[in-house]
Design a protein around this ligand. Structure first.
Ligand code: GLU
Length: 477
């Protein structure tokens, strides 16, 4: 094994990049950076039935967008490739044959029906369901005969009986599991592909991985992996089993309760630094327990002893709050750059930069993702339509006078000075002798299409002289 830290992200391309996988990626990346190590991307595509067409591209492009860079991987190359498991089948075969040769693995010809019956009978007898090793009793000749006649088979790993497997997990400390609890794992499937257990162990060994960061759901499989390493006569890597991410009701984070693919959040325009910050915070904290930190901070400060043991919770309310905080810290110019594509895709012409910056300033305090700015801003770009009630307000004689007052004074209004503008609008009420709703409603309705919304001076400032007057003229009788 390498002296230098080497870690890997090993996603299965069975879907788009999951929030949980992003967290594993962030911790791996930070750990590698902190220790001057290497970070490797390995695609684990041995489950051919569950492959999703563009998943590999999505995983790579999403990680690129997030800013997590790899030293080695399918898109990068490296000395330990290929980095896609389906391109390594010959390597696995060699290791499987070695296991069979040494008596550590055996052919199993049991079909699904047989296995189902076995399982049902064991459950009825109140035994833990496990493969009963009936194929282990087959003679070499029988095995050869059945293979030559084309019978379908898998290869199973023969676990030792009654042995305590013990390992020092980087997060959980010493973990002990009795091998009797563990099934003779299938390591080669009937389609000729290895299972995760065999392929991951072979690859972690050959790629000289020093630390295996993975979800806690793999703890119970670790004895199989330790046994595989023992059978091969090589040293196992250090295991770093991360606590799970749960929904707020403490069920496992799943599509049914939350959007779980990172893509969803990028598509909605959550600020990338906020996604990184929030996801890294589920399960890890800085030494001073502060809530806000960047990817660079994470890389400088990451330490395994501050990974939580308890499961973390994904709370969309908290993510939204944090994302909103990041947006409020942005300049109007930066926010405009991020929001522009969303507006353009929705068909809005936002080429008037002065207006768009004012629109951003108005939206900034109200949003947690860029796409949301549209809902708070579309009234500034669309032709307005009015409810019956609002039409009645606009038709009122006083309302018409208010609108006429501003149209007539268009050239005297201090459009470019927010304070003076506010003063001017205030003074108009006095001059006309029209107060409160009678004064504000016709202005807000004519400019914003609703009697509720931003302050009147803000509306004037956003729309600017021409559009403010045009909108008023439109509803002048
Ligand atoms: N391919 C496995 C998964 O996606 C990776 C587990 C591991 O990191 O070892 O769950």
């Amino acid at each position: 094994m390498s002296n230098q830290v080497r870690v890997r992200l090993a996603p299965s391309p069975t879907g788009y990049l999951h929030l949980g996988t992003l967290r594993v990626a962030l911790y791996n990346y930070a750990f590698a950076k902190k220790n001057n190590g290497s970070f490797i991307l390995r695609i684990e595509d041995t489950d051919q039935n569950r492959l999703v067409d563009d998943a590999v591209e999505n995983i790579i492009s999403t990680l690129n967008t997030i800013g997590v860079d790899f030293d080695e991987g399918p898109n990068k190359g490296g000395d330990y490739g290929p980095y896609v498991q389906s391109e390594r089948l010959d390597i696995y075969k060699k290791y499987i044959n070695e296991l069979i040769g040494k008596g550590f693995a055996y052919h199993c010809f049991c079909d699904k029906e047989t296995l189902d019956e076995m399982r049902t009978a064991q459950i009825e007898r109140k035994e833990d369901p496990k493969y009963d090793r009936r194929c282990l009793k087959l003679s070499k000749e029988e095995v050869e005969l059945r293979i030559s006649r084309g019978d379908s088979y898998v290869i199973r790993l023969k676990m030792p009986d009654d042995r305590i497997f013990s390992f020092d997990d980087a997060i959980r400390g010493i973990v002990e599991i009795n091998s009797n609890q563990i099934d003779d794992q299938v390591i080669l499937k009937s389609d000729g592909f290895p299972t995760y257990h065999l392929a991951a162990c072979v690859d972690d060994h050959l790629m000289e991985i020093t630390h295996v960061f993975r979800g806690e759901e793999w703890i119970s499989s670790t004895p199989k992996h330790l046994w595989l390493y023992e059978c091969f006569g090589v040293q196992a890597p250090k295991f770093v089993h991360l606590p799970l991410i749960m929904n707020t009701d403490h069920s496992k984070l799943s599509k049914r309760k939350n959007d779980v693919s990172v893509e969803n959040y990028l598509q909605k325009g959550y600020p990338v630094p906020a996604i990184i910050n929030y996801i890294a915070l589920i399960g890890w904290h800085t030494s001073d327990d502060r809530e806000f930190f960047s990817l660079t901070d994470l890389c400088h400060e990451f330490s395994l002893d501050r990974v939580n043991k308890a499961n973390g919770v994904f709370d969309i309310v908290k993510l939204n709050w944090m994302a909103g905080m990041y947006i409020r810290e942005m300049s109007n110019e930066d926010l405009a750059d991020k929001c522009r594509p969303f507006f353009e895709n929705a068909g809005f012409d936002v080429s008037d930069q002065r207006k768009f910056l004012a629109v951003m300033d108005n939206a900034k305090d109200r949003i947690f993702c860029y796409s949301q700015a549209i809902e708070h801003s579309q009234m500034f770009y669309k032709d307005l339509s009015f409810s019956e009630e609002d039409q009645e307000v606009l038709a009122d004689a006083d309302s018409q006078n208010v609108l006429k007052y501003f149209i007539d004074n268009a050239d005297n209004i201090p459009w470019d000075d927010n304070e003076e503008l506010a003063q001017f609008i205030k003074a108009g009420s006095k001059e006309l002798g029209i107060k409160g709703k009678k004064y504000f409603f016709p202005l807000r309705i004519s400019l914003f299409g609703s009697s509720h919304g931003p302050d009147i001076p803000k509306l004037f400032a956003i729309l600017g002289k021409n559009e403010t007057i045009q909108r008023m003229e439109k509803v002048l009788h």
